[in-house]
Design a protein around this ligand. Structure first.
Ligand SMILES: O=P(O)(O)OC[C@H]1O[C@H](OP(=O)(O)OP(=O)(O)O)[C@H](O)[C@@H]1O
Ligand SMILES: NC(=O)CC[C@H](N)C(=O)O
Ligand SMILES: [Mg+2]
Length: 505
C-alpha cells in the first residue's frame, strides 16, 4: 500500500516532497525515492531501501534540484524488496519518463511478454510498476509529431487502461511537458489533488492521502476520479479527462480499516469518522450478542495504534471504562507491513507492552481494527494473560479475512490468514481468547457509506473472495501464492539485488 506524492511548483520542491513522503510513511516502510527535474531538464533521482529519514541525507537533498518532482514510499507487493525495485522508475524514451505507482497489477507477466513481443521493450525487474511505466511509454511513443497534445496524453492513458489490470494510482513526469496523474477505472487506490497560490502563481500537488496536502500547505481540491487522468503542464496548464469506459468507484475498504491515517479524507470519507462508526456498530453488535457476559467486562483496551478510535467508541456504547492498557514503543514501526513473518512476530513484543495494573484480575475486552495473520492478537492475548487478566474477550472491527489480496496489500496466500477455513470459535482458540466477535461486512460498508452515500461498491475481496477486476481466478491465485510466500520472497530479494540500473547514491 505504497504512498505517492507529486508537486508542480515554482520553487524547489525537494523538501516539500520529502515532508509529504514522511506523512505517508505509514503506507510503506521498505524503500523511498524522489525524482525531480532540474533546470537543464535532467532527472535527479535518489531511491534506496529504508525509511524516508534514512534514505535522504543532506547531500541527496542538495542534488534533488528542481521545481517539479514525484516521490514514493514502498510496501512491496510485486517482485521483491530489493532496492532495484524501489521507485520512482525511469525510462529514457520517449522524451524521458519517470513514474511512481501505488497498487498492484494482476497481469504483470502478460505485460512483460507483450512489451517484449510488441514493442521490443525489456523490463529488467519483476516490478509491476516498471512494466506499467513501459506500457505507458510504448503508447506515448505512438505520437511522432511534436509537440505532444493533452489529447495524446489522454489517449495514452486510455490505451494503458485497456491493457493493464489491477489497482493503480500513478504519477508520471514527461520531460519537457508535464505531470500526469491517473487512477484505475475502479478507483481502488486513493489519489487526491491539491493546490496553492504562491506569489500569484498556482502550484499543484498530488498525494495518496489528503493529510500530506494539509501539512505541506496545499489546499485539498478533489480526489482524482476512477479512470481519470489529470495532465498539468510544467507551465501550469491544467487538463483532465476520463480515459476509461464505464469507470466506477470501488475503493479498497481496507484503507478505511487500517491503511490510511485517521486524519485523512479519502473519496469524501473521513477515515476517522468511518472508524468511529465501525466502533459504534461493533459495540451495538456486542451489546446485543454478548448479553450473557457483558456484566463481567471490566475494561475495554485498544491494541495500539490503529484501533484506538474504534475501541473508545465501543467502550462508550457498552458504557465501560476505556483504558490504554498497552504502551507503544514509538520507535517501532507498523508490524503488519513488514516484509517477513519472523520480523513481524518479533516486532509485536518490542512494540507493545502491557501496564500490569490494567489487566490484573480483570476481565478485559481487547479491540483491534483487524485480525489478519493473527501475529499481533496471539501475542497480545498472551501478554494480557501474563499480566494477570482473568478473562480475555476480543473484538475485531473488520470481518474475517479469508482471501488473498491482489490489489496492493501483500497477503498472497490464504493459508497465512488465521480466519481462512476456520470458524469464529476456531479463530478464538487459535489466538487464545475466551470469546471473539468480528464486525459484520454490511456494518463495515455502512461505516464508510454513512460518510459518503454515493459509494455503492468496495473492493472487499479479502472478505468475500470476489475480485472486482474480473481477471483473478484460482490459477492466478495459486501462482502468486507460490511466487510470493515468505520463503519465495526471501529468494527473490537475493536474486534481484544487483538489477539496479539508474540511481544516484
Ligand atoms: O493479525 P495481524 O497479521 O497481526 O495483522 C493485524 C494487525 O496489524 C496491524 O497493526 P500494525 O502494528 O501494523 O499497525 P498499527 O500500529 O497502525 O496498528 C493492525 O492494526 C492489526 O493490529
Ligand atoms: N503497495 C504498493 O502500492 C506496491 C506498488 C508496487 N506493486 C510495488 O511492489 O512496488
Ligand atoms: Mg495494529
Amino acid at each position: 500500500m505504497c504512498g505517492i506524492v507529486g508537486i508542480i511548483g515554482h520553487s524547489p520542491v525537494n523538501q516539500a516532497i520529502y515532508d509529504g513522503l514522511t506523512l505517508l510513511q505509514h503506507r510503506g516502510q521498505d524503500a523511498a525515492g524522489i525524482v525531480t527535474i532540474d533546470e537543464e531538464n535532467r532527472f535527479r533521482l535518489r531511491k534506496a531501501n529504508g525509511l524516508v529519514s534514512e534514505v535522504f541525507r543532506q547531500e541527496h537533498m542538495l542534488r534533488l534540484q528542481g521545481n517539479v518532482g514525484i516521490g514514493h514510499v514502498r510496501y512491496p507487493t510485486a517482485g521483491s524488496s530489493s532496492v532495484s525495485e524501489a521507485q520512482p522508475f525511469y525510462v529514457n524514451s520517449p522524451y524521458g519518463l519517470t513514474l511512481v505507482h501505488n497498487g498492484n497489477l494482476t497481469n504483470n507477466a502478460e505485460l512483460k511478454q507483450r512489451l517484449f513481443t510488441l514493442a521490443k521493450r525489456h523490463v529488467n525487474t519483476n516490478s509491476d510498476s516498471e512494466a506499467l511505466l513501459n506500457i505507458f511509454a510504448h503508447y506515448l511513443d505512438q505520437y511522432p509529431a511534436e509537440p505532444l497534445t493533452p489529447d495524446n496524453i489522454f489517449e495514452t492513458v486510455r490505451k494503458t487502461n485497456e491493457v493493464i489490470r489491477g489497482a493503480y494510482a500513478c504519477l508520471a513526469m514527461i520531460i519537457g511537458y508535464g505531470m500526469v496523474a491517473f487512477r484505475d477505472p475502479y478507483g481502488i487506490r486513493p489519489l487526491v489533488l491539491g493546490k496553492r497560490e504562491e506569489n500569484g502563481k498556482t502550484e499543484y500537488m498530488f498525494a495518496s492521502e489528503s493529510i500530506a496536502l494539509d501539512i505541506v500547505g496545499f489546499e485539498y481540491v478533489r480526489d482524482v476520479q476512477p479512470g481519470e487522468a489529470i495532465y498539468i503542464t510544467f507551465d501550469g496548464q491544467f487538463h483532465s479527462a476520463i480515459c476509461a469506459d464505464n469507470p466506477k468507484l470501488n475503493p479498497c475498504i481496507f484503507e478505511y480499516v487500517y491503511f490510511a491515517r485517521p486524519d485523512s479524507v479519502i473519496d469524501g470519507v473521513s477515515v476517522y469518522a468511518a472508524r468511529v462508526h465501525m466502533g459504534r456498530l461493533l459495540g451495538e453488535k456486542i451489546a446485543t450478542q454478548w448479553q450473557d457476559i457483558l456484566p463481567e467486562i471490566d475494561v475495554v483496551i485498544p491494541i495500539p495504534e490503529t484501533s484506538t478510535d474504534i475501541a473508545l467508541q465501543i467502550a462508550n456504547v457498552l458504557n465501560k471504562p476505556y483504558r490504554q492498557g498497552f504502551v507503544k514503543n514509538r520507535y517501532v514501526a507498523r508490524t503488519f507491513i513488514m516484509p517477513g513473518q519472523a520480523q513481524r512476530k518479533s516486532s509485536v513484543r518490542r512494540k507493545l507492552n502491557p501496564i500490569a495494573a490494567e489487566f490484573k484480575d480483570k476481565t478485559i475486552l481487547l479491540v483491534d481494527d483487524s485480525i489478519v495473520r493473527g501475529t499481533t492478537s496471539e501475542q497480545i492475548v498472551e501478554m494480557a494473560r501474563q499480566a494477570g487478566a482473568k478473562k480475555v474477550y476480543f473484538a475485531s472491527a473488520a470481518p474475517e479475512i479469508r482471501y488473498p489480496n491482489v490489489y496492493g496489500i501483500d497477503m498472497p496466500t490464504c493459508e497465512e490468514l488465521v480466519a481462512y477455513d476456520r470458524s469464529v470459535e476456531q479463530v478464538a482458540e487459535m489466538i487464545g481468547v475466551d470469546r471473539l466477535v468480528f464486525q459484520d461486512l454490511s456494518d463495515l460498508f455502512k461505516s464508510v457509506q454513512l460518510e459518503n452515500p454515493t459509494i455503492h461498491n468496495f473492493d472487499a475481496s479479502v472478505f468475500t473472495g470476489e475480485y472486482i477486476t474480473g481477471d483473478v481466478d484460482k490459477e492466478y491465485l495459486n501462482c502468486i501464492a507460490q511466487a510470493r510466500n515468505d520463503k519465495a520472497k526471501a529468494n527473490l530479494a537475493q536474486q534481484a539485488t544487483n538489477l539496479e540500473i539508474h540511481n544516484e547514491s
